[in-house]
Design a protein around this ligand. Structure first.
Ligand SMILES: [Zn+2]
Length: 104
């Protein structure tokens, strides 16, 4: 299976020279952002709004990592932490849900 070509999130034009961070789409002139979902490591080409959501998700991820690193000393297990994290993501990251469902 070959990887599908990256598309502009605004106009769906194929991005012949995909951005490494952000870049204007040659077809519509909107800025396309390249982001990695910290939870799944999947890469996306996103509109500014969706890119902001990924940034929020990244901050959340960092806070969680710090929390875990602090509390594993007190017996917080990896298993419990991962489980809680999955519950949280399901409940609170609706804007990113469409990414997970693969509609982008
Ligand atoms: Zn475009």
């Amino acid at each position: 299976m070959f990887k599908s070509k990256p598309k502009c999130p605004y106009c769906s034009a194929v991005l012949t020279d995909p951005p490494k961070t952000k870049k204007k789409c040659a077809a519509c002139g909107n800025t396309v952002f390249f982001k990695t979902d910290p939870y799944t490591n999947k890469e996306y080409f996103l509109s500014e709004d969706d890119a902001m959501q990924i940034n929020l998700l990244k901050e959340r991820y960092k806070i969680e990592e710090n929390f875990f690193n602090t509390f594993c000393e007190y017996g917080l297990t990896d298993k419990l932490f991962v489980k809680r994290r999955q519950i949280y993501i399901k409940k609170h990251c609706c804007p990113i849900k469409k990414l997970r469902e693969g509609s982008i």
